[in-house]
Design a protein around this ligand. Sequence first.
Ligand code: GTP
Ligand code: MG
Length: 365
Amino acid sequence: MTIGIGGAGSKLALKLDPDAVVVNVSEVEMGKLPAKRKMLAVMHSSLGQLRGSRKNPRLGEEAFHSIREELLRVSRGNQIFSSTGGGTGNGICSAMLREIAAGPELPLADRTQFLLVLPYARLEPNEFVVNTTEFLEGPLSDAVDSGNTGNIILFANKLKFESKMTEEEFNNLITRSLKTFLAIPRKNEELKLLDGHIDAEDFALFFGKPYFNHFTSFDFNPAEPFAKQLNKHLNPLLLPPENPIEAMFLLEVPEGGDPCAFYDILEHFNPTSVNPVYSVVENPRLKKPFVTVAMLYSRKPAELVEDFNQISEEHARAKVRKTVEQYVRLQKLEVNLETELKKAAKQKGSSENDILVVLKRLGKL
Ligand SMILES: Nc1nc2c(ncn2[C@@H]2O[C@H](COP(=O)(O)OP(=O)(O)OP(=O)(O)O)[C@@H](O)[C@H]2O)c(=O)[nH]1
Ligand SMILES: [Mg+2]
């Protein structure tokens, strides 16, 4: 089951799973969604019910307490979709991550996965960026350190803005990509198994680990090195991965296709001491082999924020520059080298003429 929190989270969760539970502080926003299960989080001020958290995560955190028990119960072993920029999704997820970090150790199958949408900082409002940085550095990294969450998946709105896509198109890309990854255990059940095996339990154990997950899928050409193909087909919707600590892949081959190509994929991961969970199935609907790979990696909070900034590095610099210009007025320094030199020579008691001669020769004056 999927749970969607706040505006972006709810839309994406419902696209992924029409039976998703949606959570919001705004009755108005929730009323527009075709959800069967709605959870209204209330805050002290009744204005929130109309206007949402207005990009203020404190309001979302406050509202969390009204749904605490219910949300913790439904999210056990399930996925939560949310953006990190707004007030509702960020606030409710922050409060929840703190509970998870402080709570008793959960079995892998009971952990919650967090599917998070990061803003494109160059073009999105500054509040979204600041909220995101605080979220990554604070509650998210504490929860990951506690080892009590499931996979964390970091979607970035970068491609949406750079390719000028409609929100709907972009959301379709996100959910399509996610569905391919989530289909791994079902394909293992439904298609003819040729090698290895990933059952629902193997998948849940992988998905329940407290690491960042970068998954991708592409047509696989067994004649070309796997590394080259993987690099070319990293998931453009996600933050780029680090060196993996665990991996999983499903290789689908057409009818009569060579199932042995998977050895090359195993070899690819071997130098990093990663032994992937894998399987090979026959998919008669395919013309070419198709691979779905997921890599788990771990990041420290500072690196995480850096990753986030790096994806739109220039905007971050420009924003810092803008802040500096707004708050710090530097006096323009008019320096006349000759006058300064005379002053320095006087202080030192040396002959200003000697220094002037040298500087003139060097072309400095
Ligand atoms: N990919 C994607 N991003 C979205 C969508 N809707 C909003 N966002 C992004 O989500 C962030 C804003 O968060 P929302 O989810 O709208 O905010 P919220 O959690 O409802 O919080 P408040 O509205 O402040 O109460 C921004 O970075 C938006 O670009 C969507 O449908 N798809
Ligand atoms: Mg909202």
